[in-house]
Design a protein around this ligand. Structure first.
Ligand code: AKG
Length: 235
């Protein structure tokens, strides 16, 4: 991945009618995405921060190419111990390790938009964890969970304030060359009114979505193709 590729655009903020809130929108915001998820929905229910075009297409392809070289290791979950453990009934995905340069570059870009994330969520953030590069094959998933900031657990992950997912590949409803099906990132809010409790976020290569780490979310099983994403957490 080239150092200067991939994050050419500064986002701007758009006011969302009727909510008094703003949403970060990259200049590459494409209206077809609004069919899948309206801005008002995202803000009023889950207060998502979204940047389309956070990574450009070429950068996504380069990272995916790096991720398909090595074998990877099973993605872990946090438990009582300080290091993660593997439990394929909870999370089934492969954690890949691209070059140090790529890992460092993605992390730097996340730090570059820390201020915008702080503004959006109204929190002060110190750092960002080393990004995890995830590959989901057919049948892979991650059950509904929270990443941190629950106020309930004595785990290191509690220090996570804002979680980030960057999509490296694009979801398609029906099987399509180069895309994946299934594998939706779904946000849950059991307190919301019936019908508003779930938000399905369709993955589009290059899009970044950030959410409060206590937000319950899952990745539904992939039914076709391979899903590639990056996860990280601001603390
Ligand atoms: O890969 C994704 O889209 C989400 C990963 C996730 O939920 C997590 O790492 O907590």
């Amino acid at each position: 991945m080239k150092e200067n590729s991939g994050y050419p655009h500064r986002p701007h903020y758009e006011e969302v009618a009727g909510t008094g809130a703003t949403m970060a929108v990259s200049p590459h915001f494409r209206s077809h995405g609004e069919d899948r998820m309206t801005k008002t929905d995202a803000l009023s229910r889950f207060r998502l921060f979204m940047l389309r075009g956070f990574l450009d297409e070429r950068t996504c392809d380069e990272i995916v190419a790096e991720m398909t070289v090595g074998g990877g290791t099973p993605a872990t979950i946090y438990g009582q111990g300080s290091s993660g453990s593997v439990n394929e009934r909870v999370r089934k995905a492969v954690s890949q390790t691209p070059s140090r340069e790529t890992v460092g570059s993605v992390r730097r870009r996340l730090l570059e938009c820390k201020h915008e994330v702080e503004q959006h969520f109204g929190v002060s953030l110190n750092s960002c964890e080393e990004p995890q590069f995830l590959r989901y094959r057919v049948g892979d998933f991650f059950v509904a969970h929270q990443d941190g900031n629950t106020g309930l657990l004595r785990l290191d992950s509690e220090a996570r304030r804002v979680s980030v997912v960057i999509f490296l590949s694009t979801q398609a409803e029906n099987p399509k060359e180069g895309c994946y099906s299934g594998g939706s990132l779904v946000f849950h809010d059991w307190r919301a009114a019936e019908g508003d409790r779930e938000l399905r976020f369709a993955g589009e290569a290059g899009t970044l979505v950030a959410f409060r780490s206590e937000t319950t979310h899952e990745v539904t099983p992939v039914t076709h193709g391979e899903r590639y994403s990056i996860a990280s957490w601001y603390r």
